[in-house]
Design a protein around this ligand. Structure first.
Ligand code: MTE
Ligand code: CO
Length: 435
């Protein structure tokens, strides 16, 4: 992807840029939310003559499709808006581009296979698994070539991991720009991978003492060669052939992808066909200049592999406004860290003056998405919603100002700054920044 900062800014619905208005917002904001609710006082709307009660509906009157009608199930047509979306102006061509996971429509921690964001440098390779091979070459005792059938005879394991593109939130470095968490944070997905620990395959080939790096290569026409240090390869990397219980989707690297838990997405080579063991990184090659973080002083951070602690409120958010008015409101979001698990998420409704500890719900797995909730009683006044994640290593998600002070605004990669959503009295939500 070319640099977001080179692009014209606000082609997609722009966030409010008037700083005076934002200051006013922060200054004038009274705590818009009451205490977290223990017992929910949801008063369902009962309307006399509600046709949903009084009228017999078609689905109640007629027989439905039989079990032979839908051999591979798809979501209800009423969910047709829950799709991956791209941002047309971001890249010149959809073949080397990205689309985004609809985070605002999802719950729990698992991303459905058909909704995992896609990032391709040369389109989707449609690989015939019978013709697919994985070669391990270079500084090994025994160069090996595996078929898919060979790989499925190694002991396998199941692990839940998030994958985040290093460029996720990259368009937000210089200010609030895209109106929706799908676009600001949707270059992340989290699935259960089934596969073989990479260590097992490397042990089979016998890595020589001077084998310190792996060059991973994909079978697509971009090849996407990436260097991976041997310690990581021998630690928790996997070669995966299944996601969420079924074969990988072509978009995600069918029939085989590298899984590099907690590290930036570009190293998770899809359509994985070769692993070359070397004694040094392939960093002198073309890839060196990519995936570095340019700082304000012209220096660049390199080898920033671990994805930092991060979180975002997925609802309410610009694409998921509050439509039910005041009263009980579920604030929901996601948190993750490439270091391991999330130990706490704080949520503020007043732009950071007061913080409450959110409720983490569901499994807390290392290097996986975590789901959090804060159940509030909304009094209908304006909110400035933010979430701040803290991981088990004690890393705290920074504000965007803190991040810019440390890194400048030249980078595209590794923006893990705290996101602000401005919830208006009518429930409409906008992407803003407060300072
Ligand atoms: N692997 C190959 N072979 N080709 C690619 O274009 N893109 C990389 C990585 N692996 C890529 C690849 C990038 S930049 C990212 S962020 C992830 O795949 C995206 O994985 P996904 O498409 O499953 O979301
Ligand atoms: Co990427």
């Amino acid at each position: 992807m070319s640099r977001a900062s080179d692009r014209k800014r606000p082609l997609v619905s722009a966030a409010p840029a008037d700083p005076s208005r934002r200051q006013l917002l922060t200054a004038g904001l009274v705590a818009g939310a009451g205490a977290a609710l223990t017992g929910l006082a949801v008063r369902p709307a009962v309307a006399a003559g509600d046709p949903a009660i009084t009228e017999i509906q078609d689905w109640n009157r007629y027989l439905g499709d039989g079990v032979d009608a839908r051999p591979y199930g798809t979501p209800s047509p009423f969910e047709s808006k829950v799709v991956r979306r791209n941002v047309a102006w971001l890249t010149a061509d959809p073949v080397s581009s990205v689309n985004f996971t609809p985070l605002h429509e999802l719950d729990g921690i698992i991303t459905p296979n058909g909704l995992c964001f896609e990032r391709h440098h040369a389109g989707i390779a449609e690989v015939d698994p019978a013709m697919h091979r994985l070669m391990i070459s270079g500084l090994v005792d025994k160069p090996l070539v595996f078929t898919m059938a060979d790989l499925k005879r190694f002991p396998r394991e199941n692990r839940v991991y998030f994958l985040e593109c290093a460029a996720n939130s990259g368009m937000e470095w210089r200010g609030a720009q895209l109106n929706g968490c799908q676009f600001t944070h949707g270059m992340v997905h989290c699935v259960v991978y089934t596969g073989v620990r990479l260590r097992l395959l490397l042990e089979e080939a016998g890595v020589k003492a001077n084998g310190k790096w792996l060059l991973a290569e994909g079978a697509d026409s971009s090849a996407m060669t990436r260097s991976i240090p041997m310690e990581k390869a021998l630690d928790d990397c996997m070669v995966a052939f299944a996601m969420n219980g079924e074969a990988l989707r072509p978009e995600q690297g069918y029939p085989l992808r590298l899984v590099v838990p907690g590290w930036e997405g570009n190293m998770w080579v899809k359509w994985l066909r070769r692993l070359e063991v070397g004694d040094m990184a392939w960093h002198h090659r073309e890839e060196t200049s990519k995936y570095t973080d340019l700082l304000a002083n012209g220096k660049a951070r390199r080898f920033t592999w671990v994805m930092d602690v991060k979180s975002v409120i997925t609802s309410p958010s610009p694409q998921a406004p509050v439509t039910h008015g005041r009263g009980p409101l579920v604030i929901s979001g996601l948190a993750w860290s490439g270091n391991g698990t999330i130990s706490r998420v704080d949520v503020t409704t007043d732009g950071g003056r007061n913080w409450k500890t959110a409720r983490l719900d569901g499994p807390s797995l290392p290097k996986a998405l975590h789901r959090f909730y804060l159940d509030i009683d909304w009094d209908g006044s304006e909110l400035l919603l933010q979430s701040r994640a803290i991981d088990a290593d004690g890393f705290v998600q920074p504000t965007k100002d803190e991040l810019r002070a440390a890194r400048g605004e030249n980078s595209i990669y590794h923006n893990n700054g705290i996101q602000t959503w401005y919830v208006k009295a009518d429930g409409v939500v906008e992407n803003v920044e407060v300072s």
